[in-house]
Design a protein around this ligand. Structure first.
Ligand code: S3P
Length: 428
């Protein structure tokens, strides 16, 4: 287990950076490229551990994939050429890999077994198992299909109309990917809108997807044609630097080429609402995913209430928003976010526990947190608990904490941002 010792940054953070490619989009580019006919080229791919797990699973399914850093070529021969894997498919720490891949395997006529690390073993799978069973897949796992390892023998799927019980892009995507193999039209209703990268990318591969409000539907048996994908920077990774630039006195940061998909930009709305001086420049819509440069200055923040339908649009950014809230005058209330309990860790308990060690005043609740600000943070020994986003949030906390902060299990950061510490260092 790696340990990282960090010190307070005395004169703010300044500079211009780019962040690695979007994790959600990178996974989907590999998956759809593997299902398509022809050579798909991906630029800006995130070479973090999660997306490398996706590549390794598809190689085991017989797909020829060349990856060098952020450049990837996928030589797809269509889904019918995927073959039964000879060993268990290992998704590592990646929830997106296991849930989306299960949707694909549900449509294929062979046996596969999937599992991941100890965090994946605790995460609920019934949310994908239920709809995939309704479509006709033979899928099972521990405890009636709720936990890994999952075993799937796919094939002979039929379309469904499905109302998602939780707002989850992973579940929506698993169903949409399975529906590629089903006769008839599949419809998914979301309780709140979630990220729409799968829908956009299916379109880019030539598949017709209809989206109206919270309803997505598509006809099965459509074929995918290889294409070129440009992956913008991950707003979930940029989020750490957006908050760092806001809370660290005298800072001014610019982050270039950040994905600005409106189903992901809740963090920007919340930071502006809290009083941050933040602006988006050079917006572009010329690609399947919009992007822009974001500039942020050190700012005085105030507490806000965050809940309702914005939650899925900033779900992964809540740990770093909570850090911002510790530096805001007044109380911040986060509610309607019980999904945080089933992420890489229980992010309600772990965020509160680790930041409170540094002097924050955070009360965990059933569906969120109450953060009393503004608190002076001090260095402490804290732990990522194997959760990349907790590790990076704690590293940003260290930049404003008096004294030294030791982050245990800091290697977790490699899941989504292998160069994170170098980038942070370069801004000091
Ligand atoms: C993701 C969807 C979200 C998010 C995860 C990535 C995706 O999960 O938290 O990091 O790529 O579809 P849920 O669908 O479980 O909300």
């Amino acid at each position: 287990m790696a340990k990282k010792t960090l010190s307070k940054v005395e004169h703010g953070l300044s500079g211009t950076i780019t962040v690695p490619g979007d994790k959600s989009i990178s996974h989907r580019a590999i998956m759809l490229g593997a299902l398509a006919n022809g050579k798909t080229t991906v630029r800006g791919f995130l070479p973090g551990e999660d997306c490398l797990s996706t590549i390794s699973c598809f190689r085991q399914l017989g797909v020829d994939i060349h990856q060098e850093g952020s450049y990837v070529e996928i030589h797809g021969n269509g889904a019918e050429h995927l073959r039964e894997p000879k060993a268990v498919l290992d998704v590592g720490n990646s929830g997106t890999t296991i849930r989306l891949l299960s949707g694909i395997l549900a449509g294929l006529g062979f046996y596969a077994c999937i599992q991941g690390d100890s965090s994946i073993a605790k995460r609920p799978m019934k949310r994908i198992v239920d709809p995939l069973r309704l479509m006709g897949a033979n899928i099972d796992g521990r405890q009636g299909g709720n936990f890994t390892p999952l075993t799937i023998t796919g094939g002979n799927l039929h379309s469904i109309d499905y109302e998602l019980p939780v707002a989850s892009a992973q579940v929506k995507s698993a169903i949409l990917l399975a529906s590629l193999f089903a006769e008839g039209t599949t419809t998914v209703m979301e309780p709140e809108r979630t990220r729409d990268h799968t829908e956009r990318m299916l379109n880019a591969f030539g598949v017709n997807v209809n989206q109206t409000g919270k309803k997505v539907s598509m006809k099965g048996k459509q074929t995918l044609t290889a294409t070129t994908i440009e992956v913008p920077g991950d707003i979930s990774s940029a989020a750490f630097f957006l908050v760092a630039g806001t809370i660290s006195a005298q800072s001014r940061l610019t982050i270039q080429h950040v994905g600005m998909n409106p189903t992901r930009t809740g963090i920007i709305d919340v930071l502006i609402h809290m009083g941050a001086t933040l602006s988006c420049k050079n917006k572009s819509e010329d690609s399947i995913e919009p992007y822009a440069d974001i500039q942020v200055d050190a700012s005085s923040l105030h507490g806000v209430e965050i809940g309702g339908d914005i939650i899925p649009i900033l779900i992964d950014e809540i740990p770093i928003i909570v850090l911002a809230a510790t530096q805001a005058e007044g109380t911040t209330i986060i509610k309607d976010a019980a999904e945080l309990k089933v992420k890489e860790t229980n992010r309600i308990d772990i965020v509160a526990q680790e930041l409170n060690k540094m002097g924050a005043h955070i009360i965990p609740t059933e569906d969120g947190m109450i953060v009393h600000g503004k608190t002076k943070l001090k260095g402490a020994t804290v732990n990522s608990h194997g959760d990349h986003r907790i590790g990076m949030m704690l590293a940003i906390a260290s930049t404003i904490a008096e004294g030294k902060t030791v982050i245990e299990s800091s290697e977790a950061i490699n899941v989504s941002y292998p160069d994170f510490f170098e980038t942070l260092q370069g801004l000091q």
